[in-house]
Design a protein around this ligand. Structure first.
Ligand SMILES: [Cu+2]
Length: 145
């Protein structure tokens, strides 16, 4: 039954495609969490999912934080006002920064795969406000379970 086989194959392909999600993050001058924020500032996603960083308000970007991504993961850096889509294929924790507003604490945390959020290692080299925001994010994410 070649036709039935083709239909089954198509259904399998369709399901696989439907499993990989695209999550949207807004880059904002002001949001519910204060000034210079990503909204949401924490995402727990599946391996292979994509995050789309939307330039909702001007003068922001999205870039990986040096030393705050899993081994083997590719660092990335979007330009200012650039809307970028990043696919996360390596499980682990990713710190995301807006380069012009890092000192103001414009960061977010992306958790790829099922991991205890308490295991995250926040680099001590970050500016105080950024480190503080990461700590708040981890605290909020930990208490949500
Ligand atoms: Cu910014």
């Amino acid at each position: 039954m070649p036709i039935r086989y083709a239909a089954a194959l198509l259904a399998t392909l369709f399901c696989t495609a439907a499993l990989a999600e695209v999550h949207e993050v807004k880059m904002l001058n002001r949001g519910a969490g204060g000034a210079m924020v990503y909204e949401p500032d924490y995402l727990a996603i599946a391996t292979g999912d994509t995050v789309k960083f939307i330039a909702t308000q001007p003068s922001h970007n999205a870039a990986s934080v040096l030393g705050f991504l899993p081994d083997g993961a590719e660092p990335f850096k979007g330009r200012i006002n650039e809307e970028i889509e990043v696919k996360f294929d390596v499980p682990g924790f990713y710190g995301i920064q807006c380069i012009p507003h890092l000192a103001m604490g414009m960061v977010m945390l992306i958790q790829v795969g099922e991991l205890p959020v308490g295991d995250v290692q926040i680099p001590t080299s970050l500016p105080a406000r950024a480190r503080q925001r990461f700590e708040q994010i981890v605290e909020r994410a930990s208490s949500a379970y």
